[in-house]
Design a protein around this ligand. Structure first.
Ligand SMILES: Cc1ncc(COP(=O)(O)O)c(C=O)c1O
Length: 396
């Protein structure tokens, strides 16, 4: 039997140390549960960082991966494959009239967004993108330069030029930053890594109007908040304000790596043959997995579940602030929730782990909860009890 000690020794010797990892190893997952090598069960409110939105090893997604893996895995984008346009059609049918470019990760999807905006603005000398403080867009050099959480850029300067930072939820700051070099505004409809900060009511509409007034593109990064996480298929649908282009990744393959950039019809032909590419982008295997994910979201009333479970969690978790002074409130949208603390989330996360529950941190003092979107009422009740008990222990 595989042991934690054996694997941890291998890791230390052979794997580059770029992650602050807990010394834990999961060997199996099913729905909302993870199991370690000793058979211990954990309630998973992290979902692989908002990735496994249908829970671990969803039967329909597993079946689609198994079937396609036995038929055809990869052919390159020099030929058609049957699943790529089917997936694009499903995404479009969920409310965004446009076309898709497929890739493999969130950062890669955002690179495509940035290239789209630059290419579109190139003839007019418009290359600057207005981005947000506290945003997170990825770890490649361009997405890092667009990331407002400046600590991630330390040691990698000089930053790629062309990004201007303003405060999130401040329309006037965007207005003041616009020049004749501005190509686009790029933002997350709910900031994730920055601390689970939703767009304020009216903000997206005002940014849309400003972009239209100046003829610049509005780009959404829906890598974390998209694909049902906030209770609508695309997060922007909560406000009803469509972008010109958007990125997604994480939950699209429920753990099978796939990312996508969608551009509206107006910008459908900005990137032409030879201007952008990805060897592994949109393989038959990745797209078959993502098609199964979208079908399951539709067939299993996942969006309704998100809304109902979210209302319960927000009510119960908000009540904890009356009991524990370190809890300052709850914010977020759908099943992308943050408990605001007066201290870093590390201590509460380790108590939760000891008691059999996995969650995450975000921003400086946020306990982030991003469970599978298929979570049951019973599991939400269990999570609330575990979180309550963890705060009681922390305060004891
Ligand atoms: C909003 C957002 N954009 C981009 C990324 C980067 O995605 P990836 O790690 O798949 O490159 C993340 C990852 O957390 C994210 O939350």
């Amino acid at each position: 039997m595989v042991t934690l000690q054996e694997i941890s020794a291998l890791y230390e010797k052979y794997v580059m140390e770029t992650y602050a990892r807990a010394n834990m190893m999961f060997v199996r997952g099913e729905g909302t549960r993870l199991y370690d090598a000793d058979g211990r069960e954990y309630l998973d409110f992290a979902a692989g960082i908002a990735v496994c939105s249908l829970g671990h090893c969803h039967p329909a997604v597993t079946a689609a991966i198994r079937e396609q893996a036995g038929k055809l895995v990869h052919t390159s984008n020099l030929y058609l494959n049957e699943w790529q346009p089917r997936l694009a059609q499903k995404l479009v049918n969920h409310g965004f009239d446009g076309v898709c470019f497929f890739c493999n990760s969130g950062a890669e999807a955002n690179e495509a967004l940035i290239k789209l905006a630059r290419k579109n603005g190139s003839e007019k000398g418009r290359y600057e993108i207005i981005v947000m403080n506290d945003s997170f867009h990825g770890r490649t050099l361009a997405t890092l330069a667009a990331t407002g959480r400046s600590k991630y850029r330390v040691g990698f300067q000089p930053d790629m030029p062309g990004f201007k930072f303003v405060d999130y939820n401040d329309v006037e700051a965007i207005r003041a930053a616009i020049t004749d070099k501005t190509a686009a505004v790029m933002l997350e409809p709910v900031q994730g890594e920055g601390g689970i900060i939703p767009a304020a009511p009216g903000y997206l509409k005002a940014v849309r109007e400003l972009c239209d007034e100046h003829g610049i593109m509005l780009l959404y990064d829906e890598v974390q908040c998209g694909i049902g996480r906030t209770g609508t298929f695309f997060a922007w649908q909560n406000a009803g304000v469509a972008p010109d282009a958007l990125s997604m990744a994480k939950a699209l393959g429920n753990g099978y790596p796939i990312g996508a950039m969608m551009a509206s019809q107006k910008y459908a032909h900005v990137l032409t043959p030879g201007t952008h590419a990805s060897t592994f982008g949109g393989t038959p295997l990745a797209c078959a997995a993502a098609c199964a994910v979208i079908d399951a979201i539709d067939q299993e009333n996942v969006l309704e579940n998100v809304k109902a479970r979210s209302a319960y969690l927000v009510e119960k978790l908000s009540a904890l602030s009356a009991k524990y002074p370190c809890v300052k409130g709850v914010r977020g949208q759908g099943l992308m929730l943050g408990i605001i603390l007066d201290q870093p989330a590390g201590a509460i996360l380790s108590i939760l782990r000891e008691n059999g529950m996995i969650a995450l941190s975000a921003g400086e003092n946020i306990l982030r909860l991003v469970p599978p979107l298929t979570i049951t009422q019973e599991d939400c009740e269990k999570a609330v009890a575990l979180i309550d008990a963890a705060f009681a222990k922390l305060n004891a």
